[in-house]
Ligand binder design. Sequence first.
Ligand SMILES: C[S@@+](CC[C@H](N)C(=O)[O-])C[C@H]1O[C@@H](n2cnc3c(N)ncnc32)[C@H](O)[C@@H]1O
Length: 329
Amino acid sequence: MVKEIQKFWQARNWMKSNESFLTTWHAHVGYKLDLFDSFAGGAKVQEVAARDELNGQLLLRWVEVGLEVGHLKKTVTGKVKSKKKMVKFVSAKSKDSVGILLREMMELHIPTLMQYPDLMKNNEQLSYLEDKFANVVAETSALLEKASVPPMIKWVNKYKPGNIVDFGCGYGGYLKKIRDADDQVTLTGIEISKEVADEAAEKLKSRRIEVRNEDMQEFLNSGEQVDMVMLHNLLYYYPPEDRPALFKDVASILSDKGTVTVISPLTDSGHGQTFAAAFNTFMTAHKNLYPLPTEKEIEEAAKEAGLKVKMSKPIIKEGGWFLVGLEKK
Ligand SMILES: C[S@@+](CC[C@H](N)C(=O)[O-])C[C@H]1O[C@@H](n2cnc3c(N)ncnc32)[C@H](O)[C@@H]1O
């Protein structure tokens, strides 16, 4: 009898723990189909189904879940209305939207994790589809900027570099913020993805920031000297065994008083280790992505390259995300 009760409670607990997944699923579907916009002013399910040409039964089920998880509400006239925060923070059309994170989670991370049994059993790894997800990843990375830009600007104000290169610049958010704070510094972004580089160039136009669509290795091999290098959310594109050489290459293009900033989640940081572990499950499932660095690894690779750690600052503790500042010895 006791055993049966225990079994029942275990089943109940697993069902309960699934509820939070439903919330994410609901928000993701709403984001993809602009449903929070469709219900923003209050609407009947059949009206939206007819107008947006959607399956009415499935839309009704989505609405029922939304009412349960608190993303939608019923009006006095019996219409369904989106909660304001869903329209503001999830809807793709909103300038405050963070919905892209749902896309990255539900379309990239969860499908990868679902393949774990097969990958493990067949001793296989996936190929990370850089082209397919380059824009998603550039956009989600940019969401970190709120936390990381202020200490970055402090760093720039302290060292006053004459020129800065941002390797793997994504949409160039850091370069843009640095330009806002410093009118004189020469700024260059290097981005391997054509789509992302084009978007960055568009976002940065009229700010005197050059965006080059090339592999950063080309810049490193060119011998062009700079006062500051940014390596932000980039180290997991490099196998750990290649990172010491990367730091050496970076040090070799730095001027005498040169500095480097590294942004990355770290695996031994004492903060955000659940997130870091989840991040690594994704990385290791792919043959062209690599585990997150440890703080010690960065310190050692930097030291070998003649750089020393001058700053190590958690920027998002829950995610184990750090900003590490290096200076030429
Ligand atoms: C995760 S995003 C980070 C973007 C930005 N640095 C940030 O922190 O917001 C990494 C970017 O690096 C680019 N990238 C990866 N390997 C690269 C390489 N070898 N050369 C130039 N860019 C690269 C990717 O295309 C992607 O846009």
